[in-house]
Every structure is written in structure tokens, then in C-alpha cells.
Design a protein around this ligand. Sequence first.
Ligand SMILES: [Zn+2]
Length: 580
Amino acid sequence: MAEAGSFAEKVKQQADIVRVIGEYIRLKKTGQNFTGLCPFHQEKTPSFAVHPVRQIYHCFGCGAGGDVFKFVQEVDKCTFPEAVRTVAEKCGIPIPRPRERSPEERRENQQRTALVEMHREAATFFARQLHEGHEGKVAAGYLGDRGLDRAAITRFGLGFAPSSGDALLRHLKSKYPEKLLEVSGLLSRNEGGRFYDRFRRRIMFPIANEAGKIIAFGGRAMGDDQPKYLNSPETPIYSKSNVLYHLDRAKEAIRKEDFAILVEGYMDAIAVARAGFANVVASCGTSLADAQIKLLGRFTRRVVVNYDPDTAGQVATERSLTLLLEKEFDVRVLALPGGADPDKFLKEQGADAYRKLLAQAPPYLDYLIGRARQMDRSTAAGKVAALNFLMPYVQRLPNRLLRSEWATRIASELRVDEPVLREALRRAAAERRSEVKPKAELLAPVVKPAERQLIRMLIEAEGFREKLAGEIISNALHRGLETERILELLISKVSEQPDPAALAAALEERDRRLLFEVLFETSFEATWEAAESCLSVLRGRRVEEELTELQKQIETKVAPAELNRLLTRRLELQRMLSRR
Ligand SMILES: [Zn+2]
């Protein structure tokens, strides 16, 4: 969100959303707005609108909407600061130099710069070791045996950490202060407090951040040394959960192809990339972290997961896959025949065979149904077990329509009575309601025109916004309405200049959509008479509600005196209604 007084706020005030969006899609003036084909969903007739006055966009087809920064973030799949820069550049607004940092920040910055430099140097050092001494030749031979030729070694910056235990230390210690060596993650200390090399007798894989800077290493044991894989620890420049191996080289291809191949380890990523699939990244572990998913989500929402979900890390794998589903990724599973890993498969079957399987990779739920089908379903208990196996995944689909489709498919595949299945699904969903976010269009709210008009007037009616807000709040006329949260927000902000994008940020997605839809409706003249007539609709609704309640009480037998009171009140209410 653009904070008051910030550079983002300044850019937002100066930027013209029509001009910025116009650089991405063709916009046509339609009445007070501009319309075009939505860049966020496939369509043939325009349902995407830009409001030049309110500086917002909204798609009536898919519901996408927001301010100029949101648009750039979504379309370029970038972060908020990046979007601010992009908009500033497009509108010719000068970008300020980074503010002066505090001495502490400056020290931390210097430390990070020095650590990155140290890692670059270490990578060069490790690479050189492949050509030095008997040990280096053995290591180079080992890589050769695994099909990694010179070109591949250079391309991926592979190297070797010698077994001596102080080779890297001797190389670095004259150039860097002890404090920096200490936090680098490249060295460890023994009990006597002396440094030694963390990586010994290992093939070294440099791990780069998104910008391509080496920030850590993964080391694979040459022989039977344990652990087989040893990684850099967390350091000031490296956090395992924030990095995807090979993303720096894959990101362009991922954007272009609009999907990523997700593999487990370095060797897999290297094998897949060498086979001509540049859009591959490795999680370096079966469990994906939230931050990794977020990182990937900046480039695509479609992932083909090429782990073997049947192997040892199955629980962790399924957790990762489920996490991807929850974040609304389109997840497919490429399970290679015989449980082969990508490296092995590509060596034996080649790139064409891989390409073919990649194209056929089934959606994750199809894959799961396939597994459920293999379970014994000849008995009722077996069916229940298969169902229980599938349910948790279906439940986690954030999209209600998709959940419903899957319920139908599962019912037919497992030959379960569909209503029974749906009931189970509904109950399960209700229990974790807070986590499920149904899409707004599936819960099309019933909103009376009066509510829509009141929303507009609370934003636009300069003359009586506050009076109107007071009228609604003092009689709690908004309680129980579909638009209750929107009205409440508008009323609470009625003394401020309304900013739709800021208001939207405080709303849930479906309310935000409704608000934007209303804002795109044709303007009308806001008069207090019009407001009064809207208010009277809400008052009438209140009376009707009370009548319904009253009717219920009258029908259940009550004591004569009480009944009399109820009937009198009913008459009053009926008179109120007829006067309207
Ligand atoms: Zn759309």
C-alpha cells in the first residue's frame, strides 16, 4: 500500500493509470471509462475496465482489480517496490537515490557485500580444485562418470572441496577478517576454537540467489561419507527457505513458458536444464517452504512437480503439493516410470521421452485418484479408506467450483453415492471455514440497488456523506446486509477523502470486487431525496424482519396477554409498511 508521504504515494498521485495500462493492452474509451481485453483471463469481448477518475481497474469477467501498482504487480509478476519503479519510469517520474542508511545498516550492507564476494572467490577456488592434484582428478573423473562434461561443469560452476580440511581456509584467511570468516558458513570451528573447512572431499554446487549472486553451496559426498548432501548453514546472505536452486537462470524461461518444472536436487535440475528445459528449479529438499512458493509465484502459477511422491519423503512431498494447491497453483505431477529420478531417466530415455511425459503430466488430483484406484475398494471399508485418502486434498482447493467438479469425479471413479460425498465435503469444509476462500462469483451476493446506491453516495455525495453515514449507523440499518462490511468501512472513513484503492485494501476479496463493480456503474446525481428513498428500503427491510419474527412467535402458542401484545405490534408494523 502506498503510505502517505512515501515515494509510492507520490508516484500514484502523478501516474495516469490509463496510460500505464495502455502500454500493456489496447484500451478504448467507452463512456466515462476505458475498456479492453482482460490480460488476466482469456476472453473475446472486453470485460476489463479502467476508471480514469478513480484510478482503478476492474475486470467484470474474472474479478481482477486494484490500482496501478496492483496491475503492474500482477501483470509483470513483480513485487510492490518493483511495480512502483516501473510505474515511475513509465511516467517519467525521477526515482530518488536510496536514502542515507544508519551506521548499523551500512555495516550490515558492507558485511553482506563482503560475504557475496567471499562466496564468489570460494566458487572459483572450488572450480580450480577439479584440475589440481590427484584428488581433483578423481573428482573430475567422478563427474565425468555421471555424464557431466567440461561444458556442463563450467555452465553450472561445479567444483571440488579437497579433503585436507584447511585448503579453503588458507585461501581466504589472509583476505578476510576472522569475524567475517566466522559468519560465512564456509568454515567451522573445532573444540579448540580453530577454524577448518566445512566442506571436505565433496563435489560443490554453487547456490545463487535470484539475481545470480552465489550465496551458498551444496556439497555432495564423493564416497560414502555422511551426510550425502551438506549445505551451507543459514547466514546473513543465505536462508534456505528463500532460495530455489537454478531460479536465476530459469526465471526468463519460466515467464515465457508460464510454467516451472520443480525437481528435488541439484543433479536433477542440472540434468533437466541440460536436456533443454530451461524452466527448471530445485527445491533442494522435499518440503517446500512458504517463501519458496511465494518466490515462484512471482514468475508463474503453474508447476509440474517432478518428484517421486512414492518415495521416502512422501509426507513432506504431499505437504508441499498441498501447499501449492492452497496457494491456487495449477499443480501437475510428473511421476517417471519405475520411480526414476529425472537425472537417471534422461540418461536412459533421452529428452524426447521426457518431453512427452511432461506434456502428459496429469493434474495432481488426477494423479491422486489414480493412486486411490489402486487401493482395495471391494469392501465398504476399503471405499471409505480411499475416500478418506482423497478428501483432505479436495478440501484444500480454494475454488469452490473446482471442489465441486472433483467431488463429481471422485464419486464416479470410486462409485460412491454423490450426495453422500458432497455432504461429507460440505461438513468438512464448514469445519475449516476460515481457511477456505470461495471465489466471489460463485457466491454471487444478492445486493439490492438501494445498497449499491448508498455505497456510491457514501463515496461521492460531497454534500451529505456524513449525514448519510450518521443516519445508517444510528439505526444500524446496515446490519445483516450483504454489503454490511463495505458500508461499515465507508462509514468509519467518512470524514476522510475517499480513496478506493486504500479502501479496497481493507476489504476481503469479494467485498473489494463488489465495491469496484459499484464504482464502475454510471454516475447519477446524488440527492438527499434519493438517499432517503434508499434508506427507507433498508428501514422497510428491518420492519419485515421484525414481522417475520413476530409471526413465528404468534404461531407458537403463547399466553393470551402476551399474544395480545404481539398482535398489536404486528398491526403497528403492518401499518408502517403500508405507509411506505
Ligand atoms: Zn479478467
